[in-house]
Ligand binder design. Structure first.
Ligand code: PLP
Length: 396
């Protein structure tokens, strides 16, 4: 029987290759950092990790993880409600709620699971979910798992959101769902406007802070800090896999009854293993660091401002950004790939994105800044961008 499926899969795979859409994975043999070593032996400056605060390799987090390994062992071997809850999980959940100014938190193995498990227990046929068109794949999948009616509004388009809210007026409960930062452009959701419309149309609000938590806002509390609406959002989801150390783990934080019900009914929580003690221990230490100082945010914001302003001055076309993501627009898919491979030769690791990850004709290089970048790293990258831009005729 496999013979037929094999043939089918071989066909699919060659179509992916022929379309130029085959994803090859570059192998890193060092730790994740501003400077990384690739399998080929070359050392490059890394501008495509979600390591926004440079915590992926932070000595304090490594120490905290080691000490949790010593005190609590390697694995939990259980889901939370059977025998997978440790004091470290409880403390981490409290720390996350303190950080966001929310009432309670539930941990998941990843934010993909948090988003996958949030809608189905809370909303049914009688309800409506109104979702931004550029929301993350995990939100789209999570919404599909619920029986609620679905409405979609154009990215950050408040007129369209209002139109959809009107269409959903008959629903029992309505919830507006948005990413905090949209990862391909680096723009933020207009949360002040979203909350105004939510109040007008009696809707709940959910924000996915994966690319914004730790990054956006003077102290990195995310888009609720940026728009001064802490405590006004009903549900926040996020990840420990990006700015917050980059290992693994997701969470939903918000109103206490919502979290309480998720602990009873959310399938990725009830039927999947608890995160390991080392990850919880390092997470606790990480949130303590966040409470002590916001110097990493200050450095990240300075680095972003420095890079973006110089790239713009050089004549590149960049998307307006409000995050640590800088999308350098090249429009042509092939050009984006050529640009990225020339940059790699210059020792700068970035990724070129093209359709279907971004709309047709909107190919780009996405640069992600980090607090771990030193000024000389930024200068090296800027010089390489300018050199490559001239060579490929993007700059005059
Ligand atoms: C990365 C990301 C996720 C998934 O987070 P994981 O913890 O890696 O599963 C979910 N939502 C958004 C917006 C993301 O950027």
């Amino acid at each position: 029987m496999y013979g037929k499926l094999r043939e089918h899969l071989q066909n699919e795979l060659s179509q992916i290759r022929e379309a130029g859409l085959y994803k090859n994975e570059r192998v890193i043999i060092s730790s994740q950092d501003a400077v990384i070593r690739l399998e080929s032996g070359v050392t490059v400056l890394n501008f495509c990790a979600n390591n926004y605060l440079g915590l992926s390799n932070h000595p304090d987090l490594i120490d905290a993880a080691k000490s949790a390994l010593d005190s609590h062992g390697f694995g939990m071997s259980s889901v939370r409600f059977i025998c997978g809850t440790s004091d470290l999980h409880k403390e981490l959940e409290r720390k996350i709620a303190e950080f966001f100014g929310t009432e309670d938190t539930i941990l998941y193995a990843a934010c993909f699971d948090a988003n996958g498990g949030v809608f189905e227990p809370l909303f049914s046929e009688a309800d409506a979910i109104i979702s931004d068109s550029l929301n993350h794949a995990s939100i789209i999948d999570g919404v599909r798992l619920s029986k609620a009616s679905r409405f979609r509004y154009n990215n950050a388009d408040m007129n369209d959101l209002e139109l959809q809210l009107r269409k959903a007026e008959d629903a029992r409960f309505r919830i507006i769902v948005t990413d905090g930062v949209f990862s391909m452009d680096g723009n933020v959701a207009p949360l002040d406007e979203i909350i105004r419309l939510a109040n007008k149309y009696d809707a709940l609000v959910m924000v996915d802070e994966c690319h914004s938590a730790g990054v956006v806002g003077a102290t990195g509390r995310g888009v609720t800090e940026k728009f001064n609406v802490r405590g006004e959002v009903d549900i926040i989801t996020g990840t420990l896999g990006k700015a917050f150390g980059g290992a693994i783990g997701g969470f939903t934080t918000g109103r206490k009854e919502i979290i309480e019900l998720l602990r009873q009914r959310s399938r990725p929580y009830l039927f999947s293993n608890a995160i390991p003690p080392s990850v919880a221990g390092a997470g606790i230490r990480m949130f303590e660091m966040m409470a002590e100082t916001s110097e990493l945010q200050t450095r990240l914001h300075q680095n972003t401002e420095y890079f973006v302003s110089r790239i713009r001055e050089a004549g590149f076309d960049i998307k307006p950004t409000k995050s640590a993501i800088c999308a350098v627009m090249l429009y042509d898919a092939k050009l984006s790939q050529e640009f990225a491979s020339k940059l790699l030769e210059e020792g700068i690791y970035v990724t070129g994105f093209y359709y279907p990850v971004v709309p047709q004709g909107q190919a780009r290089i996405r640069v992600q800044l980090s607090a771990a970048h030193k000024t000389e790293h930024l200068d090296t990258a800027i010089a390489a961008f300018i050199k490559t831009g001239k060579e490929l005729g993007v700059l005059k």
